[in-house]
Design a protein around this ligand. Sequence first.
Ligand SMILES: [Zn+2]
Ligand SMILES: [Zn+2]
Length: 308
Amino acid sequence: MGMVRFVPDEGLWLKGNLHAHSTLSDGNLTPDRVIAAYEERGYDFFALTDHDYYARYAPREKMILIPGFELAGYMGSKRVHLNVFEKGPVSRFAQGQRFSIQDEEETRAFIEEYQDEYLFMLNHPDWSLLEYRDIEAYDQFFALEVMNWGTEYYDGIGEGSYFWETGLRYGRRWGAIATDDNHNGYTDEPGWPFGNTGNDSFGAWIMVKAKVRTRQAIIAALEAGHYYASMGPEIHSFTVEDGWAEVHCSPVSRIIFSGENRNLRRRLGENLTHFRAPLRGNKEHVKVRIIDEKGKTAYSNPIYLKDV
Ligand SMILES: [Zn+2]
Ligand SMILES: [Zn+2]
């Protein structure tokens, strides 16, 4: 027993986007330009995840680069997109290697072959029209996209929390990731690439609590679930102790604790930065969602009560 924290006390918060495209697939900015833009914006880490294309990029002064790609595969009756992140330091793929998965058998074989050295994330489940049964045979996802900003901004279909909640109820310990999935299109608009109406960068990200500022520490934090997803608000701490949940955050207008059977507790108001409440029937987990006055949301990963 005692207090359980959603991330460790020690370490540093690092901001990152784990889903982005460049001219090497269907994005509109060169790898260099898109990486530099996120670096200038203050992001600490970044994964350029072009479609079915593996590449490592030269180390940057500030930004930590995580090699990865977006793999198109098949699960159930559906086409799926999985982001694949290299744990490192050794790569199993050649620079510029392309992939072309033809069916579900190849998808399963790929995952089984590489699951020890790579992390697999389930991308934009709603945009992919997925139902839980399509993917229930796979237990390799460390996380899914609870917010895929590009598809949310353009088409209102990037929010994956229904899918996430379903997986949690089935016992999947998926983390919740928010990404941009930016393609930087609408190239003919004034202000392009980042000042135009169609800008799909800088809308959603994760904050990782890493021991140190290295790729290895970020990967370890991803595997341990030590991060939260956000479109703006900040979760400073989230703890469970003696049947009570408590959160400290940046100013928001709604704070909601939930669990596997809803088990809701909420606080509504202006400039709320703190909420403490007794758990309500939570057996498996408790998590917190905070929403600011513009509707921007942050999602914590669950605290699993069996681990408390
Ligand atoms: Zn995709
Ligand atoms: Zn994508």
